[in-house]
Design a protein around this ligand. Structure first.
Ligand SMILES: C[S@@+](CC[C@H](N)C(=O)[O-])C[C@H]1O[C@@H](n2cnc3c(N)ncnc32)[C@H](O)[C@@H]1O
Length: 226
């Protein structure tokens, strides 16, 4: 699936995204608690944050709340996702900026102390992810932290298959059409293993590249720029 198709999917899904996503992604909300705990800055730190593929801004909002001096750029391909982000996060005023663009091609700025990305980077293939990790390294300040939560593959094809089957059951148990969502996933998404991605992060120059949390084919992983 090309990027125009990915964008179109999210333009359409934007309006019911926030209600739907916890039914599709196991432990969606709990993942945010851990991501916030993994941010290594004092709560009063004046940090510059990039949320890559921010969508409707669910994680950006939590960061802006937890770090009252933080400024966040919510960067996303889909205008409708960003429109909802702007409406939902209007209380944060100028601490939130929005930018529409493709993180594989477009400039998303620099000087970041924290970069987060949720469920977005798996739209790039292996080469695209590696290029992005180099670009992220260049965009971050020394001491900066990168935290990615994403769909990943298992360490072997058999494990991937097992995880994906359990994931379909999770969606079905929440009243969703697991088979249809799974077909979409096969068309839209290009997940890589967390093992490869932490290796690519180290290859891009990051330190402490590692996996912080994992459940089936979902992981939170990241690294620091030392
Ligand atoms: C599943 S949503 C995730 C939203 C939010 N980060 C979350 O964790 O709930 C994926 C988002 O990534 C965006 N996205 C996908 N590929 C992108 C790209 N190449 N550049 C910018 N945004 C992208 C989509 O438009 C969509 O809003």
């Amino acid at each position: 699936m090309n990027l125009d198709a990915v964008r179109e999917q999210f333009e359409q899904r934007a309006f019911n995204y926030d209600g739907l996503i916890p039914s599709l992604i196991p432990h969606y909300r709990e993942q945010h608690d851990l991501i916030l705990q993994l941010i290594p800055f004092e709560t009063n730190a004046n940090i510059k944050v990039l949320d890559l593929g921010a969508g409707t801004g669910i994680l950006s909002a939590l960061i802006l709340q937890a770090f009252p001096q933080a400024k966040v750029l919510a960067f996303d391909l889909a205008e409708n996702m960003l429109k909802i982000c702007q409406t939902n996060l209007s209380a944060f005023g100028k601490r939130l900026r929005l930018q529409q663009g493709n993180f594989a091609e477009d400039d998303f700025g620099s000087g970041y102390d924290l970069v987060v990305s949720g469920l977005a980077i798996h739209h790039l293939d292996s080469e695209g992810k590696q290029k992005l990790f180099h670009k992220l390294f260049d965009s971050m300040n020394p001491g900066g932290t990168l935290l990615i939560r994403d769909i990943v593959t298992g360490a072997t094809p058999r494990l991937t298959e097992q995880y994906e089957q359990l994931w379909r059951q999770y969606m079905k148990a929440n009243g969703e059409d697991g088979a249809a969502w799974f077909q979409n996933y096969l068309k839209e998404d290009i997940p890589s293993s967390v093992e490869d991605q932490t290796k690519w992060l180290a290859g891009a120059g990051f330190a402490d590249a590692g996996c912080h949390w994992r459940y089936l084919n979902f992981a939170i992983f990241g690294a620091v720029k030392s």
